[in-house]
Ligand binder design. Structure first.
Ligand SMILES: C[S@@+](CC[C@H](N)C(=O)[O-])C[C@H]1O[C@@H](n2cnc3c(N)ncnc32)[C@H](O)[C@@H]1O
Length: 719
C-alpha cells in the first residue's frame, strides 16, 4: 500500500505534469539551436512501456528536457514492481534542468527510485569529463534534431564542431566499449559526415551508454532517415543492436507545432560476440522479428495506446515474448506488422553498401545476394523479397542514372516571375509580372536575363511538356551587374578590359527592381539579400574578385547544374500516383518542386528514362518509398527515388524502353504504351524463360498493387 508520503509525492507530481503539458522551450532561439521539442507524457509512456523490463535497474536520458521520458520510465518500472535503483537525466539548458530536478524529486518518492538526479551541462562534455563513466540498462532519449548549420548557434561552451564531437565519442568508446568492438565503432564515428545534424552524434552517444543486453529507446524524426547521413547510424544500430519495436507516426501530429513525421525505435544491445559478426554473415534465427506499429498523431490514439501499454502486465524478459505481449494488448487498435529481421537488415546493408567504410565492416564486399530476403512463390511485385535469388536488382542510381532536386532559389518571389504575354516566345525584351512581394508589377527585361521554368505541375501537360505552355520565368542574372557594383568591380585589376567585355549592365528598370528587392523584407522580416539561401550567392565566376572588393552579388544565382536543367522530372508532391514528365528544351530550368532525373550513360536516353519512370513498377516504388502527407498527397524526395530498386536493365532492353518512351510522346499516346512498359519490367523481374502468361500476370499484379497502395494512402488520410 502506498505510504502517505508516496501519495503526497504522487499528487505533487501530478500537478507538475499538468503544468508541463503546455510548457514550451524558454525561447524560439534556444528551441531551434538546442532542438527543444519535448516528447510529452503520453508518447513518453509509449516509449517507456516498450523499453522497460524486469532487467532494467538503471536508466538515463542524456538530453532530458523537462523530464517526460524519465518520469514515464520510473512510473512504468514501478508499476511492474521493479522500482529503479538509479535514474539520471542530463540537460544543457539550466532552466529546463531545474524543472526536471524538481520533477525528479517527486518521481523518486512516488516511484521509490533509490537515486534520481539531474546533471546540468553539455552531455558530450560530461562524457569526456568521465562524469558519465558507466553504462546503463536503459538509455531512453529524444535527441535534439538540429541542422548542422544551426549547431554553432547553441552558444559558447557547447560542443558543436564535428571533429570535436567525433573526438569525444572516440574517447568515450575507448573507455566504455570492449576492445574487440572498438574498431568498428570508431570507424563509424569517423564516417558520419560533417553535414549530419546533431541527432547523429547524439545517437552514437546514447548507444555508447547502453550496457550489453540493455536497451535503447529512442525518438527519431523520419526526415532524418531519408538523408544520406542516416546510413551510418542505421548501420550502427543494426550491427550492435537487435531492434525490437518500431512505432511509425503515420502523420505529422505527435509533436504539435513541429510538423515532423516521427518514429520510436526500441532495440536491445547485442553481446560482443554477436556484434562482431558482419551483418551479411548473420544467419537468420527462426523467430527473429521486429514488431512494427503504425500510429496516427491524433491525441486520442496516442493517449489510448499509451494507457493500454502502461496497463500491460510486467514485460517478459525474453525478446519474442515481449513482442507477443505488446501484440496481444494492441491488436485491433493500431496496425501491427511483424517484419523479418533478415529483410530489414538487408535494406540497411543496401544503403550502407554505397559507402567506403562498408568494405571494411562487411568483408563479403558488395555481394549482397547472399543476404537478400528469402523468396516466396509469386514473383509478382516490386518487393524484392519476392524475387530475390532469382533476379538481380539494383538501385536506380548506380546504373548511370542520377536523381536530384530542381532549383532552390532561396527567394522565389524575387527570382521567379511570370511572362505577361502567354505566347512564351522570347523577343529581345520580354514583359514579366513580378512576384507577390513586389505587388505583381510589370517590368520589361532583356530576354537574355530570363530562363523559362517548370514550376507548378498543374500547368504541365503529361508526358511531354512544351516550352510554349510555360509561363514562369527565372531571373538568371549571371554576368549582369548593377551599375554601382560594376563600378566597384572595375578598377585596378589587370583584367579589367577582358572582364568588362563579358559584363553586361542591367537596364534601368530591372536595376531599380533589384535595388527595391534589396530593401524588401519577406518572411520573418528579413531583407531578401540576407535570407539564408540568398546570402550565399557570391557571383559565380567573379566571386573572388567581388569578395576582394566587398561587392555582394546576392542577385546572381550560382551556375545552373544538371539537376536544375534535367529533361525528366517528377513532382515532389503528388495527389495521384507520381508521374514523370519530359521536356526537350535543355535551357528550361526545373524548380525545387520537382525531383529531377538525368543520365550520364548514353544508353539511358531521355525517352528510356521517361518510359522507366512512368512504369507501374516505379510508381509503386515511389508509393512505397515516399512520405504520406496530410490530405492524402504523396511526397517523393530525391533520395527516396534513388533508393528505388529496379531489375537490371541491359542494352537491348534499354533500347526497347527508349522506343516505348518515344511512342509515349507521339500520336500513339502514353496510356496505350504503358502496359507494354509494365510487361517489359515484369519480364525482367522474372527468371529467364518466363512464359507470356506469367509476364502478363506479373505486370497486372504490379498494377493492382499500385492501385491498392494509392487508395490505402488516400483512405488513410480521409478517415
Ligand atoms: C528533443 S528535446 C527532448 C527532451 C526530452 N528528452 C523529451 O523527450 O522531452 C532535446 C533536449 O536536449 C537538450 N540538449 C541539446 N543539446 C544538449 C547537450 N549537448 N547536452 C545536454 N542536453 C542537450 C535540449 O535543451 C532539449 O531539452
Amino acid at each position: 500500500m502506498a505510504s502517505r508520503s508516496t501519495e503526497l509525492a504522487l499528487a505533487r507530481l501530478q500537478q507538475i505534469r499538468q503544468s508541463m503539458e503546455s510548457f514550451n522551450a524558454p525561447s524560439v532561439a534556444a528551441q531551434k539551436a538546442l532542438g527543444q521539442y519535448f516528447t510529452r507524457l503520453p508518447l513518453a509512456r509509449i516509449l517507456a512501456a516498450l523499453s522497460c523490463g524486469p532487467n532494467v535497474h538503471s536508466a538515463i536520458d542524456p538530453m532530458c528536457g523537462i523530464g517526460d521520458l524519465l518520469d514515464a520510465t520510473a512510473e512504468r518500472q514501478w508499476s511492474c514492481s521493479v522500482p529503479l535503483q538509479m535514474l539520471l537525466g542530463v540537460e544543457i539548458d539550466e532552466s529546463l534542468a531545474a524543472v526536471s530536478a524538481q520533477r525528479m524529486a517527486e518521481v523518486s518518492i512516488a516511484y521509490q527510485v533509490e537515486d534520481a538526479s539531474i546533471m546540468t551541462g553539455d552531455v558530450f562534455r560530461a562524457l569526456s569529463c568521465r562524469t558519465l563513466s558507466e553504462q546503463y540498462d536503459l538509455v531512453i532519449a529524444n535527441p535534439p534534431y538540429v541542422r548542422y548549420q544551426r549547431m554553432a548557434k547553441a552558444g559558447p561552451g557547447v560542443v558543436s564542431q564535428h571533429h570535436a564531437l567525433q573526438q569525444l565519442l572516440a574517447d568515450a568508446s575507448a573507455r566504455l566499449l570492449p576492445d574487440a568492438e572498438r574498431s568498428a565503432w570508431d570507424l563509424l564515428v569517423q564516417a558520419y559526415p560533417a553535414t549530419a545534424d546533431l541527432a547523429v552524434p547524439s545517437w552514437f552517444l546514447c548507444s555508447l551508454l547502453v550496457k550489453s543486453g540493455g536497451r535503447l529507446g529512442i525518438v527519431l524524426p523520419d526526415a532524418w532517415l531519408s538523408r544520406d547521413y542516416a546510413d551510418v547510424p542505421m548501420y550502427m544500430l543494426w550491427r550492435f543492436f537487435h531492434p525490437e519495436f518500431i512505432v511509425r507516426g503515420i502523420d505529422a501530429g505527435w509533436f504539435g507545432g513541429a510538423h515532423v513525421h516521427t518514429s520510436l525505435i526500441v532495440a536491445e544491445r547485442l553481446a560482443t560476440s554477436d556484434a562482431l559478426i558482419p551483418l551479411a554473415r548473420r544467419t537468420p534465427k527462426p523467430d527473429e522479428s521486429v514488431l512494427e506499429l503504425d500510429m496516427d498523431g491524433n491525441a486520442c490514439t496516442v493517449r489510448l495506446v499509451s494507457e493500454q501499454l502502461m496497463a500491460m502486465g510486467p514485460c517478459p524478459s525474453a525478446r519474442g515474448d515481449r513482442a507477443r505481449a505488446v501484440q496481444d494488448v494492441l491488436a485491433g487498435r493500431v496496425s501491427l506488422r511483424v517484419r523479418e529481421v533478415h529483410d530489414l537488415t538487408f535494406e540497411t546493408l543496401q544503403r550502407a553498401s554505397r559507402h567506403k567504410w562498408y568494405g571494411t565492416l562487411e568483408p563479403d564486399g558488395r555481394m549482397l545476394d547472399r543476404a537478400a530476403p528469402r523468396g516466396t512463390s509469386v514473383p509478382s511485385s516490386i518487393e524484392v523479397r519476392e524475387c530475390a535469388g532469382m533476379t538481380t536488382f539494383e538501385q536506380l542510381c548506380p546504373s548511370g542514372i542520377h536523381v536530384g532536386q530542381g532549383l532552390r532559389t532561396g527567394c522565389n518571389d524575387f527570382f521567379y516571375a511570370r511572362l505577361a504575354s502567354s505566347s512564351g516566345a522570347f523577343h529581345k525584351d520580354a514583359r514579366i509580372i513580378t512576384g507577390r512581394a513586389f505587388g505583381g508589377s510589370h517590368l520589361s527585361v532583356p530576354s537574355e536575363c530570363l530562363r523559362l521554368a517548370v514550376r507548378h505541375y498543374r500547368e504541365l501537360s503529361w508526358p511531354l511538356v512544351s516550352s510554349s505552355d510555360l509561363t514562369s520565368v527565372l531571373l538568371y542574372l549571371a554576368g549582369w551587374f548593377l551599375p554601382e557594383d560594376a563600378e566597384h568591380l572595375k578598377g585596378s585589376s589587370d583584367d579589367d578590359t577582358s572582364l568588362e567585355s563579358s559584363w553586361k549592365r542591367l537596364p534601368i528598370q530591372l536595376a531599380d527592381h533589384i535595388r527595391t528587392a534589396a530593401q524588401t523584407r519577406v518572411g520573418a522580416g528579413i531583407p531578401i539579400p540576407l535570407l539564408s539561401a540568398v546570402r550565399t550567392n557570391t557571383g559565380g565566376a567573379v566571386s573572388s574578385l567581388a569578395r576582394s572588393r566587398g561587392v555582394f552579388l546576392w542577385y546572381m544565382l550560382p551556375q545552373l547544374q544538371s539537376r536544375h536543367l534535367a529533361s525528366i522530372f517528377v513532382p515532389r508532391v503528388n495527389h495521384d500516383s507520381p508521374k514523370a514528365y519530359l521536356k526537350r528544351d535543355e535551357s528550361v530550368v526545373v524548380d525545387a518542386n520537382f525531383v529531377t532525373v538525368w543520365s550520364t550513360d548514353a544508353v539511358w536516353t531521355e525517352n528510356a528514362l521517361l518510359a522507366l519512370l512512368n512504369s507501374s513498377w516505379m510508381s509503386l516504388a515511389m508509393e512505397r518509398q515516399g512520405t504520406c502527407l496530410g490530405g492524402g498527397a504523396l511526397k517523393v524526395d530525391a533520395i527516396q527515388l534513388r533508393h528505388a530498386r529496379v531489375p537490371v536493365i541491359l542494352g537491348q532492353d534499354t533500347a526497347a524502353l527508349a522506343q516505348l518512351g518515344s511512342a509515349m510522346t507521339s500520336a500513339v499516346g502514353a496510356a496505350d504504351v504503358l502496359p507494354r512498359v509494365d510487361d517489359l519490367l515484369a519480364r525482367l523481374s522474372l527468371p529467364p524463360g518466363a512464359s507470356p502468361q506469367e509476364i502478363r500476370d506479373t505486370s497486372t499484379a504490379t498494377r493492382v498493387r499500385l492501385i491498392e497502395a494509392r487508395s490505402r494512402r488516400q483512405k488513410k488520410e480521409t478517415s
